[in-house]
Design a protein around this ligand. Structure first.
Ligand SMILES: C[S@@+](CC[C@H](N)C(=O)[O-])C[C@H]1O[C@@H](n2cnc3c(N)ncnc32)[C@H](O)[C@@H]1O
Length: 222
């Protein structure tokens, strides 16, 4: 099935689901998504006083965790969905958030030491443009952490079956969660994704898999 990644529709979808985005993530993953985000960020070994950009920051989980993992660094969250950012701001009153499209990041070349993207690139039609923007704003030797669904194995199929059940329990519009399943199935698996990042000039530092590979993190060096 082809997933509709028209940016306007993606923005509308996240505006609609913003209010129950965190609740659903917690429910489906039994809070493990938060723990995985934390461990993936730890893999970055962020140097103190770094400047970090979190693209597709959504409700600001990474932003909050970066403050814990590297308290002396500064982080800016970027997302093009107002309702997701409102929640991010409530959760991170001191956080800096910018309403912007990842395809045209409002930052200069080489401004950031690290860029993070959690479960975001999968929703972007022109992924190549988004990755080239990430590359552009990263400093020489800067690092990019990408985290999303990984290998499509039997564990991942269990997840796909669980989502509609959870959506029904939480009285969530099933169409919204069909999008999640479809976007997940269309997204390249980690090996393919790493090759894609390499075509932009990135070099692989490490790949770390979680939950038997259902979730995967790739750390790429500029
Ligand atoms: C699945 S959420 C991930 C949120 C968060 N990073 C997390 O890990 O929970 C994807 C986010 O990407 C944002 N997004 C999708 N396309 C975007 C674009 N072109 N520019 C900026 N944000 C975008 C959506 O608004 C949404 O908040």
């Amino acid at each position: 099935m082809v997933c509709d990644k028209n940016p306007e529709n993606v923005r509308n979808l996240f505006n609609e689901i913003a209010q129950y985005y965190d609740k659903t993530n917690n429910f489906i993953s039994v809070f493990s998504h938060y723990i995985i985000k934390y461990f993936a960020l730890r893999e970055l070994n962020i140097k103190p006083r770094s400047l970090i950009l979190d693209v597709c920051c959504g409700t600001g989980d990474f932003t909050r965790l970066i403050a814990k993992v590297s308290p002396r660094s500064r982080v800016i969250g970027v997302d093009f969905c107002e309702n997701m950012l409102k929640i991010a701001k409530n959760k991170n009153p001191k956080g800096v958030f910018v309403l912007a499209d990842c395809l045209e990041l409002p930052f200069k070349e080489r401004e950031f030491n690290y860029v993070t993207a959690g479960f975001g690139l999968r929703n972007i039609k022109d992924r190549a443009k988004a990755v080239s923007e990430i590359y552009r704003v990263l400093d020489f030797d800067g690092q990019f952490l990408h985290l999303d669904f990984g290998i499509r194995n039997s564990f991942s199929k269990v997840f796909d079956r669980l989502v509609p059940v959870v959506a029904k329990c939480l009285k969530i519009n099933l169409e919204h969660y069909k999008y999640l399943i479809n976007s997940k199935q269309e997204f390249p698996e980690p090996d393919e994704l790493i090759k894609e990042f390499e075509t932009h000039g990135f070099k692989l530092v490490k790949r770390v898999d979680y939950l038997f590979g259902v979730i995967s993190a790739q750390i790429m060096q500029k």
